[in-house]
Ligand binder design. Structure first.
Ligand code: C5P
Length: 205
């Protein structure tokens, strides 16, 4: 069983994907981490995110970078969003994601283009979203938990900018697949969102 979970930044898709993987006993791949690893590797090499050649060179990142705490910052997320617009970057990361999706027994993958490009054949596709304000508030709470101060208005502006870039790009833009179920988590607690996601999967298989 392949479960594709797509959606914008801070929508809850990562939490939902991890919970589905645990519930159904499947391996999980957070594909955003791959793009983040490219962004961070490029930055450390002094590359230019606007250069497709520099970004493509960073796709050969060392796997160790996937465990780097700097991968999780909003700055790295924004950098990932810039490098991920280059077709050469998307092409270089495709085989790894497809191989993961086709592991025997199945897998859960979350990202932006799993249901549309990486695994259009997925058995279940969820498009997880929430309003930009709610997503900004969640990020602020998350940051406060890590002892960081977050300005919700600034965070909302960053989230809107990242949405615009991810939805507006020419290659594999963020979009709900025609056959995906929509899960809007704006008014749901984490537990309620997970229960709803499990019910949507069970209704499809
Ligand atoms: O999900 P996360 O915030 O970690 O993703 C970081 C960035 O990587 C996104 O804003 C998006 O531009 C890019 N991405 C992508 N395709 C994916 C996953 C992430 O383009 N499947």
């Amino acid at each position: 069983m392949i479960i594709a979970v797509d959606g914008p930044a801070a929508s809850g898709k990562g939490t939902i994907a991890r919970a589905l993987a645990a519930y159904f006993g499947l391996p999980h791949l957070d594909t955003g981490l791959l793009y983040r690893a490219v962004g961070l590797t490029l930055k450390r090499a002094g590359g230019d995110p606007a250069s497709e050649a520099d970004a493509a060179a960073a796709t050969g990142f060392a796997d160790g970078v996937l465990a780097d705490p700097e991968l999780r910052t909003e700055a790295t997320g924004a950098l990932a969003s810039r490098v991920s617009a280059h077709p050469a970057v998307r092409a270089a990361l495709m085989a790894r994601q497809r191989a993961f999706a086709h592991r025997p027994g199945g897998a859960v993958l979350d990202g932006r283009d799993i249901g549309t490009v990486i695994a259009p054949e997925a058995d279940v596709k969820l498009y997880v979203t929430a309003s930009p304000r709610v997503r900004a508030e969640r990020r602020a709470v998350e940051m406060a938990g890590r002892g960081l101060i977050a300005d919700v208005d600034a965070m909302e502006a960053e989230i809107r900018a990242r949405d615009a870039r991810d939805m507006g790009r020419d290659h594999a833009p963020l979009a709900q697949a025609d056959d995906a179920d929509l899960l809007d988590t704006s008014e749901l607690s984490i537990d309620a969102a997970i229960q709803r996601a499990i019910a949507l999967v069970e209704a499809r298989v």
